[in-house]
Design a protein around this ligand. Structure first.
Ligand code: IDP
Ligand code: MG
Length: 138
Protein backbone atom coordinates (compact mmCIF):
# COMPACT_ATOMS: atom_id res chain seq x y z
CA UNK A 1 0.00 0.00 0.00
CA UNK A 2 1.25 3.45 -0.88
CA UNK A 3 2.07 5.81 1.96
CA UNK A 4 3.84 8.70 0.20
CA UNK A 5 2.90 11.11 -2.54
CA UNK A 6 4.41 14.18 -4.20
CA UNK A 7 2.65 17.49 -4.73
CA UNK A 8 3.42 20.94 -6.10
CA UNK A 9 1.52 24.11 -5.28
CA UNK A 10 1.50 25.62 -8.77
CA UNK A 11 2.41 29.20 -9.81
CA UNK A 12 -1.19 30.51 -9.84
CA UNK A 13 -1.84 29.35 -6.27
CA UNK A 14 1.51 30.73 -5.03
CA UNK A 15 0.86 34.09 -6.76
CA UNK A 16 -2.62 34.29 -5.22
CA UNK A 17 -1.37 33.72 -1.64
CA UNK A 18 -2.91 30.26 -1.33
CA UNK A 19 0.17 28.44 0.04
CA UNK A 20 -0.98 28.69 3.66
CA UNK A 21 -4.63 27.70 3.15
CA UNK A 22 -3.64 24.79 0.86
CA UNK A 23 -1.06 23.43 3.33
CA UNK A 24 -3.68 23.74 6.11
CA UNK A 25 -6.16 21.67 4.05
CA UNK A 26 -3.47 19.06 3.43
CA UNK A 27 -2.62 18.82 7.15
CA UNK A 28 -6.31 18.74 8.15
CA UNK A 29 -6.78 15.78 5.77
CA UNK A 30 -4.19 13.84 7.78
CA UNK A 31 -1.07 14.14 5.62
CA UNK A 32 2.33 14.65 7.27
CA UNK A 33 4.84 16.92 5.50
CA UNK A 34 8.02 14.91 4.89
CA UNK A 35 9.90 17.51 2.78
CA UNK A 36 9.04 20.98 1.49
CA UNK A 37 10.77 23.45 -0.84
CA UNK A 38 9.84 26.91 -2.22
CA UNK A 39 11.54 27.06 -5.59
CA UNK A 40 11.19 27.70 -9.34
CA UNK A 41 11.04 25.35 -12.32
CA UNK A 42 13.21 26.35 -15.26
CA UNK A 43 11.50 25.75 -18.63
CA UNK A 44 13.87 22.78 -19.11
CA UNK A 45 12.94 21.26 -15.76
CA UNK A 46 9.20 21.84 -16.33
CA UNK A 47 9.52 20.18 -19.75
CA UNK A 48 11.21 17.16 -18.17
CA UNK A 49 8.69 16.97 -15.33
CA UNK A 50 5.76 16.85 -17.79
CA UNK A 51 7.57 14.75 -20.41
CA UNK A 52 4.72 12.16 -20.41
CA UNK A 53 2.44 14.87 -21.83
CA UNK A 54 4.79 16.00 -24.62
CA UNK A 55 2.45 14.86 -27.39
CA UNK A 56 -0.56 16.64 -25.89
CA UNK A 57 -1.69 19.94 -27.51
CA UNK A 58 -1.38 21.83 -24.21
CA UNK A 59 2.24 20.76 -23.49
CA UNK A 60 4.08 23.94 -24.59
CA UNK A 61 1.67 26.21 -22.72
CA UNK A 62 1.88 23.98 -19.66
CA UNK A 63 5.69 24.20 -19.62
CA UNK A 64 5.51 28.01 -19.99
CA UNK A 65 2.94 28.29 -17.20
CA UNK A 66 4.76 25.96 -14.79
CA UNK A 67 7.98 27.98 -15.19
CA UNK A 68 6.21 31.37 -14.94
CA UNK A 69 6.71 31.82 -11.18
CA UNK A 70 7.64 30.10 -7.92
CA UNK A 71 6.12 26.78 -6.85
CA UNK A 72 6.15 24.79 -3.61
CA UNK A 73 7.30 21.16 -3.92
CA UNK A 74 6.20 18.84 -1.12
CA UNK A 75 6.49 15.17 -0.20
CA UNK A 76 3.60 13.92 1.93
CA UNK A 77 2.97 10.81 3.99
CA UNK A 78 -0.28 9.12 4.93
CA UNK A 79 -1.79 5.64 4.58
CA UNK A 80 -3.17 5.28 1.02
CA UNK A 81 -1.51 8.60 0.15
CA UNK A 82 -1.78 8.56 -3.67
CA UNK A 83 -5.50 7.81 -3.85
CA UNK A 84 -6.52 9.94 -0.87
CA UNK A 85 -4.54 12.93 -2.14
CA UNK A 86 -6.06 12.72 -5.64
CA UNK A 87 -9.46 12.77 -3.92
CA UNK A 88 -8.44 15.80 -1.83
CA UNK A 89 -7.33 17.85 -4.88
CA UNK A 90 -10.30 16.96 -7.13
CA UNK A 91 -10.66 16.70 -10.91
CA UNK A 92 -8.08 18.26 -13.27
CA UNK A 93 -10.68 20.78 -14.49
CA UNK A 94 -11.72 22.90 -11.48
CA UNK A 95 -15.17 23.34 -13.04
CA UNK A 96 -15.60 19.58 -12.54
CA UNK A 97 -13.81 19.30 -9.16
CA UNK A 98 -16.07 18.25 -6.27
CA UNK A 99 -17.07 20.94 -3.74
CA UNK A 100 -14.49 21.39 -0.99
CA UNK A 101 -11.61 19.93 -3.00
CA UNK A 102 -8.45 22.03 -3.32
CA UNK A 103 -8.94 22.64 -7.04
CA UNK A 104 -12.60 23.54 -6.49
CA UNK A 105 -11.58 26.08 -3.85
CA UNK A 106 -8.38 27.54 -5.30
CA UNK A 107 -7.92 26.76 -9.02
CA UNK A 108 -8.48 29.26 -11.83
CA UNK A 109 -8.63 27.07 -14.96
CA UNK A 110 -7.88 23.58 -16.30
CA UNK A 111 -4.28 24.69 -16.87
CA UNK A 112 -3.73 26.92 -13.82
CA UNK A 113 -5.30 24.36 -11.51
CA UNK A 114 -3.49 25.22 -8.26
CA UNK A 115 -1.93 21.89 -7.41
CA UNK A 116 -0.28 18.72 -8.68
CA UNK A 117 -0.73 15.22 -7.26
CA UNK A 118 1.22 12.11 -8.29
CA UNK A 119 -0.87 9.38 -9.92
CA UNK A 120 1.13 6.30 -8.80
CA UNK A 121 3.77 5.15 -6.31
CA UNK A 122 6.35 4.95 -9.11
CA UNK A 123 5.63 8.51 -10.31
CA UNK A 124 5.65 9.88 -6.74
CA UNK A 125 9.17 8.48 -6.36
CA UNK A 126 10.33 9.90 -9.72
CA UNK A 127 8.71 13.31 -9.14
CA UNK A 128 9.98 13.61 -5.55
CA UNK A 129 13.51 12.91 -6.75
CA UNK A 130 13.27 15.94 -9.09
CA UNK A 131 13.40 18.18 -6.02
CA UNK A 132 14.77 16.23 -3.04
CA UNK A 133 17.78 14.05 -2.29
CA UNK A 134 17.25 10.48 -1.13
CA UNK A 135 17.99 11.52 2.45
CA UNK A 136 15.44 14.37 2.32
CA UNK A 137 12.76 12.01 1.01
CA UNK A 138 13.04 9.55 3.91
P1 IDP B 1 -3.65 15.94 -13.34
O1 IDP B 1 -2.77 17.10 -12.90
O2 IDP B 1 -5.03 16.04 -12.77
O3 IDP B 1 -3.00 14.59 -13.10
P2 IDP B 1 -2.95 15.59 -16.15
O4 IDP B 1 -3.88 15.03 -17.17
O5 IDP B 1 -1.83 14.72 -15.66
O6 IDP B 1 -3.85 16.10 -14.92
O7 IDP B 1 -2.35 16.93 -16.75
C1 IDP B 1 -1.23 17.56 -16.17
C2 IDP B 1 -1.50 19.05 -16.10
O8 IDP B 1 -1.62 19.56 -17.43
C3 IDP B 1 -2.82 19.44 -15.42
O9 IDP B 1 -2.77 19.45 -14.02
C4 IDP B 1 -3.06 20.82 -16.00
O10 IDP B 1 -2.22 21.80 -15.37
C5 IDP B 1 -2.58 20.62 -17.45
N1 IDP B 1 -3.70 20.23 -18.34
C6 IDP B 1 -4.33 19.02 -18.37
N2 IDP B 1 -5.29 18.99 -19.31
C7 IDP B 1 -5.27 20.23 -19.89
C8 IDP B 1 -6.04 20.85 -20.95
O11 IDP B 1 -6.94 20.24 -21.55
N3 IDP B 1 -5.71 22.14 -21.26
C9 IDP B 1 -4.72 22.83 -20.62
N4 IDP B 1 -3.98 22.30 -19.65
C10 IDP B 1 -4.25 21.01 -19.27
MG1 MG C 1 -1.27 13.78 -13.89
Amino acid sequence: MSNKTFTMIKPDAVANNHIGPILAKINEAGFRIVALKYTCLSPEKAAAFYEVHKERPFYNDLVKYMSSGPIVAVILEKANAIEDFRKLIGATDPAKAAPGTIRNLFAKSIEANAIHGSDSDANAEIEGSFFFSQMERF
